[in-house]
Design a protein around this ligand. Sequence first.
Ligand code: PLP
Length: 396
Amino acid sequence: MHQRAQRELRLAKRMARLGTETAFEVLVKARALEAKGRDIVHLEIGEPDFDTPSNIIDAGCDALHKGFTHYGPSAGLPQLREAIAQYVSETRRVDVSPDEIVVVPGGKPIIFFSILTLAEEGDEVIYPNPGFPIYESMIDYVGAKAVPIRLREEMDFRLDVDELAALINDRTKLIIINSPQNPTGGVLTKSDIDRIAGAIGDRNVMLLSDEIYSRLIFEGEHHSIMSIDGMKERTILLDGFSKTYAMTGWRMGYGVMRADLATHVARLMTNSSSCTASFTQIAGVEALRGPQDSVDKMCAEFKKRRDVMVAGLNKIKGFSCRSPHGAFYVFPNITKTGWKSKKLADALLEDAGVAGLSGTAFGSFGEGYLRFSVANSIENIEKALDCLDVWTKKNL
Ligand SMILES: Cc1ncc(COP(=O)(O)O)c(C=O)c1O
């Protein structure tokens, strides 16, 4: 039979502007190598290697048996929004009410929805670079101008507030900050946060404060810009359950924002997912209200691994690594290897069996760096360090 040529796929032009998250691609590549019998140490993916605490799993199972198997309100179940309002009020020392909260499937949709509701052509959005790649991807997607604020290694990967102030102008619609930060582990200080609020001043500019790693801090404390007088009205706080309670696969996060904006974000939920899974939300209430010792234990374990990783990387030829203050990533400088980041990340996966990410997966200012996640056992981290040592001695 005569075979007809496949029809042209007529994609909307905006799809050409949509980026991606390389971690998932590297994971696929690493799994393909494993399928061929290769031994790979996985340091590419950003999720805790711990199980969700059993009290949360039990609450989820129980909710299924009790009939939480139906649609719920687009903005989230009232009991979860109540628990989140109490949690955020206590941890950020601001009064938050349930109508200022939208529960969504993961932290990511809050990035998607905030940018979709606020930014359009002609607007500028300032975002951290190197930073979580979804920010730049979404800003480009909606046709706004992505304006990077460079994170500085010499400042432990914090941003320079004077540089930020110089980027703010009348076209600035939204500023994104992220602390503790992915991919660098940088943590903004209280003084940074105060000065950022000062740089914004009275301007009617919104701020997306991505605080998904707020409970994973090794030194100092978490400071939220939402706590600063006069900033609550202009802040969208992003937080969630994925990292804090090892619940990445449950898909649940939330945004805290002024109630009038929350109704628009909830409308995007109605138009996209309808609602976050109901039984998942009941498990979320248990996560927030139940025992918190598993969070502290996980954080202490990440700190131990960070120390092993940083000490080991600093002994490897061509690598130098600062000690991150939060999250579960290290971001070594590899410029002294003489290799470009992407080429080095590829070679380390294929030849050394260590899966990490190129710093450029997090924006152009990530050139000269790699990102390794410490969400793996100390035994595997030590194995990765041995593989890196052998490879660099042979190839550099
Ligand atoms: C900075 C940052 N924000 C948001 C997210 C999204 O988290 P979730 O898996 O809950 O969508 C991540 C996940 O890696 C992240 O690193």
